[in-house]
Design a protein around this ligand. Structure first.
Ligand code: ZN
Ligand code: ZN
Length: 350
């Protein structure tokens, strides 16, 4: 499909075999990194953790500022070189409400765990050639919010501002082609959760992203084209803003970019073919009647439609009720725990 309104590409979406049109092998990360994470996670005593911040209790290490607030659902450990962040990719706030350019995707939990965890450099360093988000990084995430939700470029793959295009809910997010929830602008609502002293996100180059004020409460001045600047102490950080670039407008720090996206980063596994835009629809409601069950409501031409779905680790079952009242059901199998050699990943591009 080459619908010009097709949603921007989401990097690292892996399709089931019957949907695969082109196969590429991508190596992600240094060999052994995944093994380190697995070791840190599987050893309940934590005594075998490596790196500078040794785990001393059974609880996961959460000393990366900002993440503490979400320690119940977002796990952070370190292997010394990277902070390794595990989450299911779903926020605790409601989702999808307010979208006026809806691609008919819905939020489904993602296995950002083990070798598929997020990796944030623990010692960020300025790059000789920073990468601008205006012309690159249109695929995949460029940052991770402290509630475990990834943040993508504010521009979609047509170069359009996803927020101004009506693609985002009132929290700045939506579900992508892998039914993966992510933000495209700064989740400034997290300022209320973590307080101004803490970052609301980290760019995938390792630099923190604060809200609309400095950590000491003073006014933000002198932001560069990446929405960042050096603090008086000489360390670089980004800020969230209410206008473009909203988030880090690129990556000032050292990263590896492969196929226009930061590499490595978690693989998103699509379990159904990408949906098409539903012209004229507005998402009006989203509820979770019980854990793993969701109901999205939309209005179209004065009538109401609904997508009800139930998610488990192995399947997703949908019941669609269109505005004419026609009911259809679809069930999709999901892959279980991602398999592969620790320290490498296999991705299939759509
Ligand atoms: Zn998106
Ligand atoms: Zn600042």
């Amino acid at each position: 499909m080459s619908d010009p309104r097709e949603h921007h590409e989401h990097g690292y979406i892996r399709l089931p075999a019957h949907m695969v049109t082109r196969r590429r092998l991508l190596r992600a990360g240094a060999a052994g990194l995944g093994a380190v994470l697995l070791g840190a996670c599987s050893d309940s005593s934590g005594n075998r953790s490596t790196g500078t911040a040794e785990q001393t209790s059974g609880a996961p290490l959460t000393t990366l500022s900002g993440f503490e607030e979400f320690a119940d659902t977002v796990k952070v450990v370190t292997d010394g070189e990277f902070w390794l962040v595990e989450s299911n990719g779903l926020p605790t706030h409601d989702m999808m409400v307010g979208i006026t350019s809806w691609q008919q995707q819905v939020p489904v939990s993602q296995p950002y765990t083990g070798t598929n965890a997020w990796r944030i450099p623990s010692a960020p360093a300025p790059a000789d050639e920073p990468v601008s988000g205006r012309t690159a990084l249109y695929r995949g995430a460029i940052a991770l919010a402290v509630n475990g939700v990834p943040i993508f470029n504010a521009l979609n793959n047509r170069g359009d501002d996803a927020y101004l295009a009506g693609e985002l809910d009132k929290w700045g997010g939506h579900a992508g082609r892998g039914d993966d929830y992510h933000y495209h602008i700064a989740p400034l609502h997290l300022q209320d959760s973590v307080g101004r002293k803490h970052p609301i996100a980290y760019a995938l180059d390792g630099y923190p992203l604060y809200g609309e004020t400095e950590p000491d409460g003073s006014t933000v001045t002198g932001l560069d084209e990446f929405n960042g600047h050096e603090s008086p102490g000489g360390t670089y950080h980004y800020h969230g803003t209410r206008t473009y670039p909203y988030i880090n407008g690129g990556l000032r720090g050292v990263v590896s970019v492969v196929d226009d996206q930061v590499d490595p980063q978690p693989v998103t596994t699509a379990f159904r073919p990408a949906r098409t835009p539903l012209a004229g629809a507005t998402v009006t409601g989203f509820t979770s009647p019980e854990p793993g069950s969701y109901r999205l409501e939309y209005s179209l031409g004065g009538a109401t439609g609904e997508v009800a779905y139930t998610v488990t680790s192995s399947s997703v079952r949908f019941t669609f009720t269109d505005p004419q009242g026609t009911v259809t059901t679809e069930t999709y199998a999901r892959e279980g725990t991602r398999t592969g050699t620790p320290g490498s990943s296999t991705a299939v591009e759509s």
